[in-house]
Design a protein around this ligand. Structure first.
Ligand code: HEM
Length: 407
């Protein structure tokens, strides 16, 4: 059940392609070329021109290889999000309108999203996990998540630019933001592996294997959360710029075409991070809180193998904890709680840092977050804290504590 994602976790199994054949290369090239307009008067006119030059390409797209189709899906998803928001800072009017997207690009995007069983909007997978390059990894080739390392990973197609003398360095800021998620998910691969080992040890009633796997799970969760905290620092990703220039592009907030009163689609949200969801499942953390339910709901924005992995875990999510409590002994109990505490300590620091980022420069700007709220106006710090606190309590409640019959 775990094999499809064993090597790269929730990152794609081959390094993202950086080039596409024929007319499709123009779509990849357009992403950085649109940057000045995205930071200025808006990208819509240029995207309509690009669409007219592209013309009907749906049959050509079907001839592409699987990896090429994924690269094209990522490019069209980025272009849809740029068209949807038009420019940053985002104008309040963008929240009310239902834009008519450029017809050919939109058709390609919808075909590819449907073929990949993804919703018709950008996701963590399409906007971030398919949008990086590494000096150490040839595009299109298989790799191992351990090879995805800080200092080597860069955003492949960056929709911001940094003109000479602009000390905001928005291109650098977007690059760091996308890197944060790619590197976190790379570290998440070890969480997947250790969690699977712990489950297997629990099923086989193997105490020493359970102890070892839980120690590995603790180490993997520590490494993943350390990776997030290293990059989620105010002097790395600037909290005065993030909410106005970096974050808005990732939200979507429109219903599916043809269902105007239906629920809005979230876009790329932290909810779609796979490594933390697997950690929750392995440690038996519930999904009954508001955030828990949103996490489950967000799986609709993951790829079929990612979704299948999480669904396969569901019936087993209390098995490791029950084994620890029943026959695991004190070493297993300590490792289990150490893993749970690290996950929860990260949730506390995410709450504190997130609140600062949401406050931003403290002025009225549109755009809150992606999954649970998508509003024009200043995001509600207390609502964010309440949501996070409920999840922190839900996580802490799974502690196995000290003592027990087998010590
Ligand atoms: C920079 C400031 C950040 C803010 C303001 C922020 C805000 C939020 C918000 C509002 C949610 C609730 C879901 C939603 O409405 O989208 C959320 C969830 C989440 N975010 Fe963040 N986030 C930030 C950074 C990060 C980073 C850097 C990561 C990881 C690389 C991350 C990972 C998550 C995860 C995993 C969830 C799901 C909830 C959980 O598992 O505890 N966030 N975040």
């Amino acid at each position: 059940m775990f094999r499809p994602l064993a090597r790269t976790g929730f990152l794609p199994p081959t390094a993202p392609l950086l080039h596409l054949p024929g007319p499709f290369q123009a779509l990849l090239d357009a992403v950085p070329a649109l940057a000045p307009a995205y930071q200025g008067s808006g990208v819509r006119a240029a995207l309509l021109d690009l669409d007219a030059a592209l013309g009907y390409r749906r049959d050509d797209a079907r001839q592409l290889s699987a990896a090429q189709q994924e690269a094209l899906l990522s490019a069209t998803a980025i272009l849809m999000h740029l068209y949807r928001w038009n420019a940053v800072p985002v104008a309040p009017a963008r929240f009310q309108e239902r834009p008519d997207f450029p017809a050919h690009l939109h058709a390609l995007f919808r075909d590819l999203s449907a073929a990949h069983h993804l919703p018709p909007c950008g996701t963590m997978h399409t906007l971030k996990y398919l949008n990086w390059r590494s000096d150490a990894l040839p595009p299109g080739e298989p790799y191992h998540a351990a090879q995805v390392q800080a200092g080597q990973v860069r955003t492949a197609h960056n929709w911001h630019a940094t003109p000479a003398g602009d000390d905001r360095d928005l291109a650098g800021q977007l690059d760091l933001w996308i890197q944060t998620f790619v590197l976190t998910e790379a570290r998440g691969q070890a969480v997947l592996g250790a969690a699977a080992q712990a489950l297997s040890a629990a099923h086989h009633h193997d105490r020493s294997a359970l102890e070892d796997a839980l120690a590995d799970l603790h180490a993997a969760i520590s490494a993943m959360t350390r990776q997030i905290n290293t990059l989620m620092r105010f002097r790395v990703v600037r909290s005065d710029l993030w909410r106005v220039f970096i974050q808005p592009t990732f939200g979507w907030g429109l219903p599916v075409d043809g269902v105007p009163d239906g629920p809005v689609l979230e876009g790329a949200s932290g909810l779609q991070l796979g490594g933390t969801q697997v950690a929750d499942l392995a440690l038996g953390v519930g999904f009954d809180s508001n955030l828990g339910r949103a996490l489950r709901h967000s799986r609709a924005s993951m790829t079929p193998p990612q979704r299948a992995l999480l669904n396969a875990w569901e019936p087993h999510r209390n098995v490791i904890r029950a084994a620890v409590l029943d026959w695991g002994g004190s070493r297993a109990r300590d490792a289990f709680d150490a893993a749970l505490n690290d996950l929860n300590r990260w949730r506390v620091s995410h709450r504190e840092r997130g609140a600062v980022y949401l406050r931003g420069d403290g002025r009225e700007h549109v755009m809150a977050s992606t999954g649970t709220q998508l509003d024009a106006g200043i995001p509600h710090e207390q609502a964010f804290r309440d949501l996070m606190n409920e999840r922190i309590r839900e996580t802490g409640a799974r502690s196995v504590g000290q003592g027990g019959p087998h010590d």
